[in-house]
Design a protein around this ligand. Sequence first.
Ligand SMILES: [Zn+2]
Length: 324
Amino acid sequence: MGAYPFIKGLHDLGNGCYGYLQPNGGWGYSNAGLIEDQGETLLVDTLMDLPLTRDMLDTMKRAVPAAERIGTLLNTHSNPDHTFGNQLVEGAVIISSDACLEEMKELSTPSDDPRGNIRMNWENFGDAGKFFNEVMWTKFSPEGFVQTLPTSTFSGEQTIHVGGKEVRFIEVGPAHTKGDVVVYIPEDRVIFAGDILFMDGHPIIWCGPSQNWIDACDLIMSWDVDVVVPGHGPITDKKGIQGLRDYIEFVQNESRKRYDVGMGYEEAARDIDLGPYADWIDRERIVLNVHLCYTEFGAEAADDRWEVLGAAGRYYFDEQAGTL
Ligand SMILES: [Zn+2]
C-alpha cells in the first residue's frame, strides 16, 4: 500500500474506516481504529494511559462527530497498551474474547499487578526492572487508572453491524496473548489486526503456540483484504502479514538449530544474526521469542516472565553499549 504516512493521528481509510497511529510503534505505542456508519461507531482498542487515550478520542471527535458517543469498544487483546484507556469510553458496550477477559482479570489494578509493582519498585526487579523503567514506565502516566473490563464476550467469532456495515470479530489466539482477536470489515477489505501484526518491529510471542500465529497469518492471507492496520507500526497490506509470518518461521528455525546443539535460550538469542530483521525496532524481543520456541521444543520454561524480560533487558543495554 504505502499510501499512508506513519505520522501520529487519525488516518482516513475511506468509507468510514479510520486508523489511529502512534509512531514509533515501540513498547507501549500502539495503534487503534474507528469505524463509523450511519451515526453508529465502533472503536478498536484504547491506549496505554489516560492522556494518550483522551487525546485520541478528542482527535476522533473532531474528525468524526458521531465519535462523540462510541457505541461499541472492541479490545483486540488484554495488553495494557490496548485496554488501559477503556474507562474513558463511557457508555460503550465493551467486547472481547472470553480468553482476553480472563487474562485482563489476572491484573486487578496497576498497583496490585506485577506490572504496576515493577513500575513502583523497579529497582527490586533487577535487569527486567531497569529495562521496563527505561522503555515503558518513564514514558506513560499511571494517573487515574481504573480497570474497566469488557462487558460482553465471545469465543470463536462474532459479527456485529455498525450502522449498515458488517464487522466481523475473529479470534485467532492464543498467539501473541491468550485471546487475540482481529477485526475484519469485508465490504471495505480492511482489517484491524491488533498485535497479530507488528509492522517494522519485532513482535512478542507472549503466549504462543507460535504455530497458531502462523495459522492466523495464513487465515488473514486467505481473505479479501487491501488495507491492514497493525497493532504497532505503519498501515500496510497483506505483505505485512506475510513478513510477520516469515519472521515467526525465522525465529522457529534459528532457535531450533541452537536448541539442538544445547545452547541456552539467552545465548541463542544473542547468537542469532537478525539478517533482514536487523532494522526492525525492539530487537531485544528476540530473547522472549527464542525462549518461547525453546519451551515448545521441550525446554523447561524460565521461572517467571521477569527472568526472561531481564535477559531481554541485558540484550537491550548491551546493544546500546555496543557490546552485544
Ligand atoms: Zn500492543
